[in-house]
Design a protein around this ligand. Structure first.
Ligand code: S3P
Length: 439
């Protein structure tokens, strides 16, 4: 385990940052290209541990992956999908590592094929709920067994699927996507209705692969059986990674951070609206549609004093991964910031509700939580402490941003977990600080 020490920023964070490309879109591009008949060129696939889990998985299932180039804008890969021939039985279990998206989306991909596959994952992933995907896939006709407690390892024996109407109890893009991908192999219409809008990358991407998606409000449907065809996908920068830099710029006096080409999918951009409501200075420039995804340059500047806000349950799906870093920003805001309907945070890479509040308290913040809410009473001067990343990439980066404004040193244990989504995070922060790293 690697410990990293962060000392307070001595001056503003300034400059342009080439953020990593989007994790959610990268997983989907690799999986749909693997299912497709023919070749796909994927430009800007995120070069991180989570996406490598997906790349390795589809290779084990028979897709051909050629790495054309690797650079600061991610990987350029050519994928030849298994198409109508279907995936090959892998030689052993498929290890999804830390990646919930890999495990859950693969369950949908495999549900319609007559091979037996076992999915495993690391300690964190092995605690996360899988029945939310397994149960509706069973209703479509797949034979899926989860371990006791509804977790990994999961054994899937796919079969003939029938299109089914699903009404999801929780807004989850992973569940929605797994069901739509299974729907490509099902006879008839597979219809998914969510209780609130989650990220719609899958609905935007499938038509690029030649698969129509019917959409009506919170409902998306595909008609099967159908086969995606090879195409080109260009992956924009990841808004969830941008959120850490937006938070840092909002907290460190004098900062100005420019982030080009960030996905502003409506199911992801909720944090921008919340930061603005808190008084943060975030501007959106150069809007451009990349493939089917809206993107823009984000510019985050340190501005006027921040104030508290209430984030209501309906807003949460569009900022679910950003609640931790928004809670950190709230420690510097005047008044109460309240997040409602955030129970899902308890089943992410860690119990983020519990660990965010415990860590912020350790830094000196005034935080209260309930079963599905969190309240921060600000502003509060933070002091450095030793905090664990707890195997959660977003906690590691959140504590690093906290370290920029906390008095004294902040030590983060297990910092290497940033490799899951943003391997160059420390280097990018160093460049923006214009100081040497580590201190
Ligand atoms: C993701 C959806 C969200 C999010 C996760 C990535 C996706 O999870 O938290 O980081 O790529 O579909 P849920 O679907 O569980 O809400």
């Amino acid at each position: 385990m690697t410990d990293t020490t962060i000392t307070p920023a001595l001056g503003p964070l300034t400059g342009e940052v080439r953020l990593p490309t989007d994790k959610s879109i990268s997983h989907r591009a690799v999986l749909v290209a693997a299912m497709a008949e023919g070749e796909s060129d994927l430009v800007g696939v995120l070069d991180s541990a989570d996406v490598h889990a997906t790349l390795t998985a589809v290779q084990a299932l028979g897709a051909d992956i050629v790495l054309l180039s690797a650079g600061s804008r991610g990987l350029r890969v050519r994928v030849t999908g298994w198409g109508a021939a279907g995936p090959a039985a892998p030689s052993g279990p498929i290890d999804c590592g830390n990646s919930g998206t890999t495990a859950r989306l693969l369950m949908g991909v495999l549900a319609g094929w007559p091979i037996e596959v076992t999915l495993t994952g690391d300690e964190s992933l092995s605690r996360r709920p899988m029945e939310r995907v397994a149960a509706p896939l069973r209703a479509m006709g797949a034979d899926i067994q989860t371990a006791e407690g509804g977790t990994l390892p999961v054994r899937i024996r796919g079969g003939a699927l029938r299109g089914t109407i699903h009404v999801l109890p929780v807004a989850s893009a992973q569940v929605k996507t797994a069901l739509l991908l299974a729907g490509l192999r099902a006879e008839g219409r597979t219809v998914v209705t969510e209780p609130a809008a989650s990220r719609d990358h899958t609905e935007r991407m499938l038509p690029v692969f030649g698969v129509p998606v019917e959409r009506d409000g919170l409902t998306a449907a595909v008609s099967g059986p159908t086969l995606p065809g090879g195409t080109i996908v260009v992956v924009p920068a990841d808004p969830s990674s941008a959120a850490f830099m937006c938070a840092a710029a909002s907290l460190v006096p004098g900062s100005e951070v420019i982030m080009p080409g960030v996905s502003l999918n409506p199911g992801r951009a909720g944090f921008v609206a919340v930061l603005r409501r808190m008084g943060a200075d975030i501007t959106i420039e150069e809007p451009l549609t990349m493939g089917e995804e809206p993107t823009a340059t984000l510019i985050a500047r340190h501005g006027r004093p921040l104030c508290g806000t209430t984030v209501v349950a309906d807003e949460v799906p569009a900022l679910i991964d950003e609640v931790p870093v928004l809670a950190l920003v709230a420690t510097q805001a005047e008044g109460v910031t309240r997040f409602e309907g955030i129970g899902e945070l308890r089943v992410k890479e860690s119990d983020r509700l519990e660990l965010v509040s415990a860590g912020l308290r350790k830094l000196g913040a005034h935080v209260e939580i309930g079963s599905d809410w969190l309240e921060v009473h600000g502003p509060c001067a933070l002091h450095g402490a030793t905090l664990s990343a707890s195997g959660d990439h977003r906690l590691a980066m959140m504590w690093a941003v906290a370290g920029l404004i906390a008095e004294g040193a902040t030590v983060i244990e297990g910092f290497e977990v940033i490799d899951v989504s943003y391997p160059a995070f420390a280097d990018d922060l160093q460049r923006l600080r214009g100081e040497a790293w580590p201190f």
